[in-house]
Design a binder for this molecule. Structure first.
Ligand code: UD1
Ligand code: CA
Length: 451
């Protein structure tokens, strides 16, 4: 049966103490609600409906890359009232999958369990057993069948002793949902229209209501404040770290790695402490990452070593390279095999050819550097005149002496040498030596200044 997804996200989130809507707070670098959208979208769904109450513009802007029906719940009169706001978008022949916007760790595997449970029943409910169920809706059972949910504030002492609780996530036919929601009342301790009242209505029609349970209990944990958000962040990071180790990476400390996107690793990767991976990062076999590195949207080839405190963003590093310590590879940096970029070097939009070395205190931008080139310490490609960017071309086997400036556009041809301290403004032909610096004078008998 096709599925219409409804995500409840109209709650104010007061305890976050934030101007940002609660569901836009991030976990693993991605808004909570987007984790839920992603989990739901991996199922075969017909529509995605989000019930919101505040800050429509911010929400819609942040999620503009998803196809969403936005359902305004102007006043938060309860979860049942929230779902009512989405009904006009739901197809009577579909099932409705109701999710909550602030339980970000839900997975498609768990949602699949709900779908499987629904196959053997009329209605499926995601429940868990909790040591301390305070505040939660309690599951009332009649043997295998669920017959009602009683909210904490409405529960009798016997019902409060029940520790199977409602996660708020459920799967049921849209046509039934519409009929039941039409009959909700707010005659309860909180004066709210409870979605959970539909369970008793279903049971009264002799519907079979079956429970499914999450693969991992933390998947159904809701976030109300930043402490809970941080706790789920840690839990998710540890889970991701464990997945990485199973894929062949050694982590110096699985509690000290942050993955905010997709990280894929080859066998025998080693990652030291406090590294952050963002966006799409691919590490080849045998890659070693030193402590305190940040890698974002980049590909690192086999057996390359990234030393401590390096920052790599939208760059490509081939096999057997060495980067860092303290290197910065900016967008368009393209290191070919065996290249070396050392400490306090910055590379932007530039190819560093096979076996070439940029080892110390250097800026290479808008450049094309061939193979076996040595760039001396403190070399700068002067690529910008304040308005336009120009290119520096350095061909194979060139030696650039330390503290040289290469004023682009300029070409240093194959096998040429640039003397240390030169400011190169004209092209250098192959095998030539270019020296462009003030001539040294040695003055004898120089009187040092004195006080
Ligand atoms: C609800 C359930 C309870 C369950 C608990 C799990 C009801 C009546 N109770 O409790 O059985 O154990 O979730 O966390 O359903 N929301 C709206 N509009 C509203 C009210 C809530 O969109 O008017 C959204 C919230 O943003 C949140 C979700 O619904 O994402 C759950 O609301 P919340 O107030 O946290 O749940 P409870 O009512 O405490
Ligand atoms: Ca409530």
């Amino acid at each position: 049966m096709a599925i219409d997804v409804v995500i409840l996200a109209a709650g104010k989130g007061t305890r976050m103490k934030s101007s940002l809507p609660k569901v836009l707070h991030k976990i693993a670098g991605k808004p909570m609600v987007e984790h839920i959208i992603d989990a739901a979208s991996s199922l075969d769904i017909d529509s995605l409906n989000i019930v919101y109450g505040h800050q429509a513009e911010l929400l819609q802007k942040s999620l503009s890359h998803h196809q969403v029906n936005w359902c305004l719940q102007a006043q938060q009169l309860g979860t049942g009232h929230a779902v009512q706001q989405s009904l006009s978008f739901l197809n009577d022949t579909n099932d409705a999958l109701i999710l909550v916007g602030d339980a970000p760790l839900i997975t498609s595997d768990t949602l699949q369990r709900l779908i499987d449970a629904k196959k053997q029943a009329d209605f499926a409910l995601l429940t868990v057993h909790m040591d301390d169920p305070t505040g939660m809706g309690r599951i009332i059972r009649d043997g295998d069948n669920i017959s009602a949910i009683v909210e904490h504030k409405d529960a009798s002492p016997e019902q409060l002793a029940i520790n199977e609780i409602n996660t708020g996530m459920m799967l049921l036919p849209v046509s039934d949902l519409k009929r039941w929601l039409a009959n909700l009342s707010n005659d309860n301790a909180q004066g709210e229209f409870y979605l959970t009242d539909v369970i008793e209505m279903a049971a009264n029609e002799d519907k079979r209501i079956k429970a499914a349970h999450p693969v991992w209990e933390r998947e159904v944990e809701g976030v109300n404040d930043r402490v809970q958000l941080a706790s789920l962040e840690c839990a998710l990071q540890l889970k991701l770290a464990e997945q990485l180790m199973r894929q062949g990476a050694s982590l110096a400390d699985p509690h000290r790695i942050d993955i905010r996107g997709q990280l894929s690793v080859g066998n025998d990767v080693e990652i030291d402490v406090n590294c952050v991976f963002e966006g799409e990062v691919v590490l080849g076999e045998g890659v070693k990452i030193g402590p305190n590195c940040v890698l974002k949207d980049c590909t690192i080839g086999d057996n390359t070593v990234i030393e401590a405190f390096s920052l790599i963003q939208q760059a490509q590093v081939a096999n057997a390279c060495t980067v860092g310590p303290y290197a910065r590879l900016r967008p368009g940096a393209d290191l070919r095999e065996n290249a070396k970029v050392g400490n306090f070097c910055e590379v932007k939009k530039a190819v560093i050819g096979n076996g070439s070395k940029v080892n110390h205190l250097t800026y290479i931008g808008d450049a094309d550097i061939g193979a076996n080139v040595n760039i001396g310490a403190g070399t700068i490609t002067c690529n910008y005149d304040g308005v336009n960017k120009f290119k520096t071309k350095i061909e194979d086997d060139v030696f650039v002496g330390s503290n040289s400036s290469l004023v682009a556009p300029v070409t240093v041809a194959k096998g040429a040498t640039v003397g240390a301290g030169s400011t190169i403004t004209k092209n250098v032909d192959g095998e030539q030596l270019a020296v462009a610096r003030g001539k040294q004078r040695n003055i004898s008998g120089w009187q040092k200044p004195s006080k």
